[in-house]
Design a protein around this ligand. Structure first.
Ligand SMILES: NC(=O)c1ccc[n+]([C@@H]2O[C@H](COP(=O)([O-])OP(=O)(O)OC[C@H]3O[C@@H](n4cnc5c(N)ncnc54)[C@H](O)[C@@H]3O)[C@@H](O)[C@H]2O)c1
Length: 320
């Protein structure tokens, strides 16, 4: 039995990943280290809390002493999901983004380097590449040009991970996925926010002209990609993860209203946010060709599943 230390596993993607892995394999022990910030919820892990291969530790990735204690267990893999993840919050208060996303990653790397790890996987984002014009897409060789404090903190963490691989031979891999959506996502993020407001017949706020493009990835497809990287990813490499689902924000708002049979008059354009990137698009051919990953969900199929999940999980919605 090998042990995976998952950080930030009580959040959206981390909790989906833990459930995915425990369902698929019984050869892994998962330790979930999470600070339970506003974004972390024990309810996300209800279905695995009694699984004997799952253990939860409440704590901060910036806490060196605690990490040393955790490493008294044999740990073969680290997957670092822990982060402050909301761009809007990073504009209001960047400091915590530096603390968790940059310092936290460095503390974790230090703890990892003292131990004989098989892999350290840093969960990063396409936002580190900056914004695109109307055409083209980012591949792994593109330079990093982050435009907001969140993406700058994630890009900084990526640089640190690279440096620990180059300087200390830490067996690290970086994954950069596009925007995720799916079950258990916090209501501050675009898709759950729009679903919630539409269900309550409230206005759907859309920044600027709503023409910002994001490349959407259903969270289960992201979990499958991380699974591939865990088992076949090459040390020192970067893998983009995206599903070629470029959609404008206004298209998404209209689709959600359509599925829920609500009027488009609920859409309300609001003042754009500063530094708002116009378009992201990822070239994910490397993970497809080298690791054989492909996304299973079209955007429309994933969105329908997501809406159905929020409709069927009213109790979760009421406490989040
Ligand atoms: N959501 C997306 O669309 C997306 C896309 C690409 C990459 N990512 C990256 O994936 C990772 C997970 O994103 P998410 O959407 O699940 O985020 P989330 O905000 O839902 O969850 C973050 C989790 O990290 C925990 N956490 C925060 N600070 C911590 C600390 N100091 N120590 C330990 N735990 C801490 C929180 O309690 C929470 O459970 C992040 O690194 C994010 O940058 C997210």
């Amino acid at each position: 039995m090998k042990t995976i230390l998952v950080t930030g596993g009580a959040g959206f993607i981390g909790s989906n990943f833990i459930k995915y892995i425990l369902k698929k394999y019984n050869k892994y022990q998962i330790i979930n280290l999470d600070l339970l910030t506003y974004a972390g919820h024990m309810e996300n892990l209800q279905e695995v809390k009694k699984n004997e291969n799952y253990r939860f530790i409440e704590g901060n990735i910036c806490d060196r002493k605690m990490l040393d204690k955790i490493f008294e267990n044999d740990i073969e893999f680290i997957i670092n999901f822990a982060a402050e993840s909301h761009v809007d919050r990073s504009i209001i208060d960047p400091a915590i983004f530096i603390e968790t996303n940059v310092v936290g990653t460095q503390v974790l790397l230090d703890a990892a380097k003292k131990n004989k790890l098989e892999k350290f996987i840093q969960i990063s984002t396409d936002e580190v590449y900056g914004a695109l014009g109307p055409s083209g897409s980012f591949n792994e060789k593109c330079s990093l040009k982050p435009n907001n404090p969140y993406s700058a903190s994630k890009a900084s963490a990526d640089m640190l991970v690279r440096s620990y691989y180059k300087t200390f031979n830490l067996p690290a891999i970086i994954t950069r996925s596009s925007n995720n959506y799916g079950p258990y996502q916090n209501f501050e993020k675009l898709i759950p926010l729009l679903i919630r407001r539409a269900l309550k017949n409230r206005e759907l706020p859309i920044y600027g002209d709503g023409q910002q493009v994001r490349d959407w990835l259903y969270v289960e497809d992201h979990c499958k990609a991380i699974d591939k990287v865990l088992h076949a990813g090459q040390i020192g490499e970067i893998y983009n993860i995206g599903a070629n689902n470029e959609k404008t924000n206004i298209y998404i708002a209209k689709k959600i209203l359509d599925y829920l049979d609500k009027p488009s008059s609920l859409i309300k354009y609001v003042k754009d946010r500063p530094g708002h990137d116009k378009r992201y698009a990822l070239n994910a051919s490397k993970i497809k060709q080298e690791l054989g990953w492909t996304a299973s969900y079209s955007f429309e199929a994933g969105l329908k599943r997501t809406i159905t999940w929020y409709l069927n999980n009213k109790q979760w919605c009421s406490i989040n």
